[in-house]
Design a protein around this ligand. Structure first.
Ligand SMILES: [Zn+2]
Length: 208
């Protein structure tokens, strides 16, 4: 498989980009890899990059976007932060990726058993992490069940995963409300913004 070029990027649509990622994740789950020579791709991409998707995911060592979607060099922009939320800088990175560098799809990828989400569920405090975890609080508060406080902790993995899903939804809402550039591109059909969850037990990505 060759690295994307200006020409191949131009043939990509938001739907086709999503299809590529779904197929890549299927290969990953089947323990298959597209036949690509990474060193050759270093050479192919040395004059420029023409990726088709931008993926916002967690720093979690088990959730590398390139690996779980079986992608090579020059295929995706990978934005990573614990808890996969957005701020001004990340929105700026996404605007660069879509408006200037031509990607057709934004994926906000949460994952099961996320440590940052667990920290938010437990209201953890430690150094600079305290501020980061506060950014996830809206997702914790938006999941109303269970009401019993003793069940709203990291020990309840169902609750943790519900908060992760909600966090993806709220992150997409924030992209819409805080990035007129991306919202307009989506309205015009130039890009699509989708949410997904990676299951750390199976390697499967579920889009929603
Ligand atoms: Zn995580």
């Amino acid at each position: 498989m060759k690295a994307h070029t200006k020409e191949t990027q131009a043939t990509m649509t938001p739907e086709k980009s999503l299809q590529y990622l779904k197929e890549g994740n299927k290969r990953f789950q089947d323990n298959l890899k597209a036949n690509r020579n990474l060193l050759e791709q270093v050479n192919d991409t040395s004059d420029g990059q023409f990726p088709f998707a931008t993926i916002l995911s967690c720093i979690d060592s088990r959730v590398s976007a390139e690996l779980v979607f079986d992608q090579g060099l020059g295929d995706i922009f990978s934005v990573r932060i614990a808890g996969n939320f957005v701020n001004e800088d990340i929105l700026g990175s996404m605007e660069f990726a879509c408006k200037l560098a031509g990607t057709k799809l934004i994926v906000v990828l949460g994952h099961t058993s996320c440590g940052a989400i667990k920290g938010a569920c437990d209201h953890a405090e430690m150094g600079n992490l305290t501020k980061l975890i506060e950014k996830i609080n809206p997702a914790v508060n938006a999941v109303v069940e269970p009401k019993d406080e003793s069940l709203r902790t990291s020990k309840n993995l169902d609750f943790v995963d519900e908060v992760s899903k909600k966090n993806v939804e709220l992150t997409i809402e924030r992209i819409h409300s805080e990035s007129p550039i991306l919202t307009e591109m989506e309205k015009d059909g130039e890009i699509k913004i989708v949410g997904a969850m990676y299951n750390i037990n199976t390697g499967a990505v579920e889009f929603y």
